[in-house]
Design a protein around this ligand. Structure first.
Ligand code: MLT
Length: 316
């Protein structure tokens, strides 16, 4: 695979009417034709999708302009427009505060969905989209597909769930919020602690032992975040509702992608998700943990391409 950012360039989309102040969203918007909206997980940023996006864009063949043969889809990629924002407060889409001590900003999952809708309007995406969300990105993808159903023709739910936090899970989130609120010297220690506690459980054993570039990249993604955004998202996840009933209602194709060694959202949960959906399909990626698109980007991109190809050119 070629260098991570080879095909990708960032742009900034400023939404002037976001609260509490305007937000300059950092995003990738590369390629043409079939729009794919990628929503990252927590506490990461859009760069977790770079490997997949590069693979898709490298394999697009705009000049051939012919329908893909769905019986041999493996290397027959459609032409994609990859849209990959950093969510509000995360990555480089910083939440700025109006006063120095107003760090207590909460972001509901629905708010992230509203931001994405505004971004798509701003960059003039008019075609129906495939929405792809990982973990927290999956929570947001479900809300997005519910609120903006006319925009969405398919969903890809990766390493995620529809159940809300358990009481124990809520307590862990509240402890993090309290730590952030009471910390004197905020960023470094808290972010390092988050990375230290998550990283050993995030990956498949082979990734953790042998793909140190990915592990290092994830650590720097976590540590380069800003506590205002981390707090806001933690609150959003802690207060989110059960969306199982929404999933049952969606009348669109849904691909559920699980990682064989995912400890956060294990394969059983993911299979159940696919069974719950009206038109759900499950695939499991071997040698992947919670971060399937980073750990196995080629397999991920191939599965995604097959799924979208079948939607656009249904099997007779
Ligand atoms: C994520 O990867 O987005 C998180 O595991 C989601 C969560 O903490 O619920």
């Amino acid at each position: 695979m070629k260098a991570i950012s080879e095909n990708l360039c960032y742009k900034t989309v400023t939404l002037a009417d976001t609260k509490p102040s305007p937000i300059a969203f950092n995003l990738i918007d590369n390629g043409e034709d079939i729009p794919l909206l990628f929503i990252h997980g927590f506490p990461f940023n859009g760069s977790m999708w770079h490997r997949v996006a590069n693979f898709l864009l490298n394999n697009s063949k705009p000049e051939t302009n012919k329908s893909p043969d769905i019986t041999t889809h493996q290397n027959n990629f459609l032409n994609y427009r990859t849209i990959i924002p950093d969510l509000r407060g995360l990555g480089k889409s910083k939440l700025t505060t109006l006063t120095t001590n107003s760090t207590k900003i909460n972001t509901a999952i629905e708010q992230y969905a509203d931001d994405l809708n505004a971004i798509l309007n701003n960059i003039k995406v008019n075609k129906p989209i495939t929405v792809i969300g990982l973990s927290m990105g999956g929570y947001i993808a479900v809300q997005f597909a519910h609120k903006y159903k006319n925009r969405v023709n398919s969903l890809v739910l990766c390493n995620t769930k529809t159940a809300p936090d358990t009481p124990e899970g809520k307590l862990v989130r509240q402890t993090l919020i309290n730590d952030i609120d009471h910390s004197i010297n905020p960023s470094n220690d808290i972010l390092r602690n988050i990375a230290d506690s998550m990283i050993p459980r995030l990956f498949a054993s082979n990734t953790y032992s042998n793909k140190t570039d990915i592990v290092d990249e994830v650590r720097s993604m976590i540590e380069s975040n800003n506590l205002i955004g981390i707090r806001a998202a933690t609150w959003g996840m802690m207060t989110r509702h059960d969306t199982t009933d929404l999933l049952k209602e969606f009348d669109i194709p849904i691909l559920v992608i699980g990682g064989e060694e995912d400890k956060f959202t294990p394969p059983d949960i993911m299979k159940q998700l696919a069974q719950t959906a009206k038109h759900g399909k499950y695939i499991e990626i071997a040698n992947a943990g919670h971060l399937t698109p980073m750990e196995q980007p080629e397999q991920f991109a191939i599965a995604l391409n097959i799924f979208v190809t079948e939607i656009i050119t249904p099997i007779q």
